[in-house]
Design a protein around this ligand. Structure first.
Ligand SMILES: *[C@@H]1O[C@H](CO)[C@@H](O)[C@H](O)[C@H]1NC(C)=O
Ligand SMILES: *[C@@H]1O[C@H](CO)[C@@H](O)[C@H](O)[C@H]1NC(C)=O
Ligand SMILES: *[C@@H]1O[C@H](CO)[C@@H](O)[C@H](O)[C@H]1NC(C)=O
Ligand SMILES: *[C@@H]1O[C@H](CO)[C@@H](O)[C@H](O)[C@H]1NC(C)=O
Length: 666
């Protein structure tokens, strides 16, 4: 294990050999493979041809018919094969050059995607409209209380009225459980404090925190209470289980959860709604959570410090997917099969797909959640747990984080720490953080963790480190080959670009030799800086930790441009469009320098020739401004309330014994 992780660090962190970049657009993904395939097919073609010739010759003696029958198709197929090989061979050899910059294309496409989404989010302009849209979109009646929600949302100027697919998708499998079973499971996870799931109890329009919540984690539930306070009077009696840890909890095997979703979809079409109000006797249906820490059954499993990907975290993928079938990727080279589906050239092309771990078995060794999570108690049965973020394949129910709602890290520039105009900001990519993604207890796991890899990537000036690629003007450009991917020694990259990416203070969550090893690697560490110092920099790096990054929303709200690499997704994921509102990075970091270069430009000597590239500062500023504006429209505290309110009305219906008859009706 140690050996393989060592390789991880030296390589994926510093990947980008020519091979790693060998499939830029417009050539189809895997074109190198295609080239090999073409050669194989060609050889096979020849073999087949000569074989057929022989058969035909033998056939001569018996019948003339067989000659024509065999000869024509073999000649014909040989011609076709040659053409195919020529084409594929060309693909395979030309893949390092492209006619335009993929990021130009991605920014262009993002604009359209965002507009489309924006149009979809708010088509209706009155309650009856919204009800109709709801029925069309989700095949059922809106939940009881929808009229209160609608008024709440419109009074607070919510742009998003119709589009809540995240809620729909999170709740769908729960329709396969009876309301009684959901209530029982809520009781089971909240009645044993070992589970680190805290209860919120709603009775008669008021919320309270359940017994047995670990004191250090109460702040989180206090935050939830603060959000609830705005609309709890419209919610039915129920108990809710909140995840008190960062890591998500519930991963149900694909085979089971797909069936549950199917069951959920079938229950959708039930469009009778004879009942317009939640049942009356709901309060007494929830079994009281014991005051004393008792010996209630443990229904979650201890997975802390374990490698979780293969046996737990990826079981939500189909059994045929690479995540379930491939083991032990050679992490010393970039797994291009893993990146190709969500990449355009070397760059991150599809943020939604990038979150899907099913085609990315290499992630098993590239994130703290999968390598060695700090606090991970989970289940592969569908327990109803509300979490702040989750990785793909988990079935936690997302809710807006109290961390953001309470503004534990918030955007508050001042005269002494102003958010100056973009052009006046320091042209640097900035990050500060702790080694808290997972626990590196002595087996060298830190070398695979995303935070550590990015810090290493940005600072490793060791001349013997593997070179990394940039996309620069071709030496002899023509219309088809304007730009070319070129390998550049990493020592040169740290001179050419300005980055300030460092671990703060000291190494945390480590054990054994992983403490001194990291201390040596990341020395000198940065001293603590004020959060409001961020706005001095044009570019802000945002990285996952043990869960979602609490800084991203303030980054988005600022006038600086966030670069984000993340495994975890949050409630707002489909509201924000990558390349329109922020710059997405692959978790592997292979396009780290090339992406930065797109915005900053370059002026220097590369492999013996002068290269000058104009930066896209104007685009950077535009994305930063759009992100800021959009965040102020759809990611406000009000928007968190509106999302949560709607989610809990849906949850109220789902836990009601008469849920099939229950719906808002005019
Ligand atoms: C969104 O709506 C506007 C105005 O209704 C329309 O002009 C635009 O074409 C729409 N965009 C997309 C992508 O649907
Ligand atoms: C990104 O991937 C998702 C999921 O596969 C797909 O539905 C979507 O159309 C893709 N988006 C683009 C722009 O290709
Ligand atoms: C920009 O930030 C970098 C890294 O923090 C620092 O070294 C440099 O001096 C700053 N430049 C200016 C002009 O302030
Ligand atoms: C550079 O890396 C090599 C191999 O990992 C190592 O042997 C060498 O000591 C490093 N040099 C420096 C200056 O860190």
């Amino acid at each position: 294990m140690t050996a393989s992780l060592l390789v991880t660090f030296a390589s994926v962190a510093s990947v980008t050999t020519t091979y790693a970049w060998s499939n830029p657009h417009p050539f189809p993904p895997g074109s190198t493979g295609l080239g090999l395939l073409a050669i194989a097919v060609m050889v096979l073609g020849f073999a087949l041809y000569f074989h057929v010739e022989k058969v035909s010759e033998r056939g001569l003696s018996t019948s003339n018919h067989s000659i024509t029958f065999h000869r024509i198709p073999s000649w014909f197929s040989l011609c076709l094969l040659s053409l195919f090989c020529l084409r594929a061979g060309l693909w395979a050899t030309q893949t390092n050059a492209v006619s335009y910059h993929p990021i130009d294309m991605l920014i262009y496409e993002a604009q359209a995607a965002h507009e489309f989404h924006r149009n979809q989010s708010a088509i209706s302009h009155a309650l009856p409209d919204a009800v109709r849209r709801y029925r069309e979109k989700y095949n059922r009646h809106p939940p009881p209380g929808f009229q209160h929600w609608y008024r709440y949302a419109t009074e607070r100027g919510s742009i998003v009225i119709d589009e809540f697919d995240g809620i729909y998708n999170d709740l769908l499998p729960f329709y396969a459980l009876s309301p009684g079973e959901i209530r029982l499971r809520t009781w089971k996870v909240t009645s044993n404090p070992w589970h680190f799931a805290g209860a919120i109890i709603i009775r008669d329009g008021e919320a309270s925190i359940g017994p047995n919540v670990v004191p250090t984690h109460v702040w989180m539930l206090d935050g939830v209470m603060e959000i609830l306070d705005n609309f709890v009077r419209w919610l039915p009696d129920m108990d809710l289980a909140f995840n008190l840890n960062d890591e998500c909890r519930i991963a149900v095997p694909f085979e089971t959860v797909e069936q549950m979703r199917e069951q959920g979809r079938r229950s959708d079409v039930n469009l009778k709604s004879s009942q317009h109000d939640f049942s009356k006797n709901r309060g007494e249906q929830w079994r009281p959570i014991p005051d004393e820490s008792n010996d209630a059954e443990r229904v979650l499993h201890e997975l802390s410090l374990e490698k979780t990907f293969y046996d737990f975290s990826s079981i939500g993928c189909s059994p045929a997917s690479p995540a379930r079938t491939r083991r032990k990727w050679d992490v010393s080279a970039l797994c291009t099969e893993c990146t190709a589906p969500h990449s355009l050239g070397g760059f991150l092309g599809n943020w939604t797909l990038a979150a899907d771990v099913c085609h990315q078995p290499d992630l098993a060794d590239l994130h703290g959640l999968y390598l060695s999570p700090a606090a991970f108690r989970g289940s592969s049965e569908l327990y109803p747990i509300f979490s702040q973020s989750k990785a793909a394949g988990f079935n936690d129910i997302l809710y807006p984080s109290a961390w953001n709602y309470m503004e534990k890290a918030h955007y508050a520039p001042s005269d002494s720490r102003p958010d100056m105009p973009f052009e006046l900001k320091n042209d640097t990519l900035f990050w500060r953080g702790a080694t808290s993604e997972g626990v590196s207890a002595g087996a060298g796991q830190w070398k695979g963790m995303a935070r550590q890899r990015f810090v290493h990537l940005a600072n490793n000036v060791n001349a013997s480190a593997a070179p990394r690629s940039l996309l620069v003007p071709a030496p002899r450009p023509n219309a088809k080959h304007r730009l070319t991917y070129e390998s550049v020694p990493s020592s040169q990259l740290t001179e050419l670009f300005s980055v300030d990416i460092n671990v703060v203070d000291s190494i945390v969550r480590c054990g054994g030799r992983d403490c001194p090893d990291q201390a040596a690697e990341f020395a000198p560490m940065a001293s603590h800086s004020d959060f409001q110092d961020h706005w001095r920099y044009k570019y802000l790096l945002d990285l996952d930790g043990a869960g979602f990054s609490g800084r991203f929303l303030p980054f988005l709200r600022s006038g600086s441009l966030p670069f984000k690499a993340a495994l975890f997704r949050e409630w707002w994921d489909d509201r924000v469009t990558p390349w329109q509102h922020f710059v997405p990075l692959d978790l592997r970091g292979h396009a780290f320098w090339a992406t930065l270069m797109y915005f900053t430009g370059l002026n220097g000597q590369l492999n013996g020739r002068d290269v000058q590239v104009e930066g896209h500062g104007v685009e950077a500023q535009r994305i930063a401004q759009r992100g800021q504006k959009w965040a102020n429209l759809v990611l406000r505290k009000e928007d968190m309330e509106i999302y949560f309110f709607r989610l809990l009305l849906e949850w109220g219906r789902l836990t009601d014994d008469r849920r099939d008859d229950l719906g808002y009706g005019e």
